[in-house]
Design a protein around this ligand. Sequence first.
Ligand code: OAD
Length: 249
Amino acid sequence: MSEPLAQLAARLRDAAHVGILTGAGVSAESGVPTFRDAQTGLWAEYHAEDLATPEAFARDPLLVWRWYAWRRELVAAAQPNAGHVALAGLQRILPRLSLITQNVDGLHQRAGSEGVIEFHGNIQRTVCSVERCEVSVPDDTPSDEVPCCPGCGALLRPDVVWFGEAIPVEALQAAGTAASACELFIAIGTSAQVHPAAGLADLAAQNGAMLAEINPEATPLSGRTDYVLRGTSAQLLPALLQAVSAIKK
Ligand code: OAD
């Protein structure tokens, strides 16, 4: 076992409350593309401003709807990986673990994590673009037009946060409370470039938490973290779970 992994495991065992922020990297080993990885990230191939903004949806709703329908199918076909499963396992053995995710894929929940704070929404939910009520869309809905709200007739949209939109109030509050109260905050598989999610680590540190990062690459957070594990989440998280489990309380 590497020394940083053993140290982080000991810190996890001691912490009364752990805050974890995950990003797209956690789902990479499930075959879900990240956003900013140089070759394989979605933003290397697509322009965010054409697909993930309210302006893009107003300009060309069908293009946006189809892009999310493609991602929805990709995510539905993906399976949680060993990293997701290990995080759910950590939640079962630690006294308190708040899991905040920027991912919209629902893979943490499918792996068994509970009370997941969905910071950027969930791609499997569809809402009315005006009233924001949730609407279920049958699988056989034709893909050549954007379905409309049965209540008010407005276009439906994925229940995700687009650039320029506010984070859902409940998620923002829950994440802020967890970051402020935790003793250890771990950022996993996120490039820590998108705010306000990236600011949660600062909030945690300002309130006395130690910071840790699990990521194969350096990020803007790396210089400020107390523990850094370099590697993939599907490799490191099961090892971390094993190390924490082996420490007697
Ligand atoms: P990014 O694509 O920006 O960053 C992914 C991070 O995962 C990078 O730091 C990679 O080094 C790391 N990574 C890659 N493979 C990994 C693996 N197997 N294990 C662990 N880490 C790995 O994704 P996010 O930080 O999640 O927002 O992006 C934040 C937000 O930007 C997203 O929620 C999305 C995007 O635009 C919206 O759409 C609003």
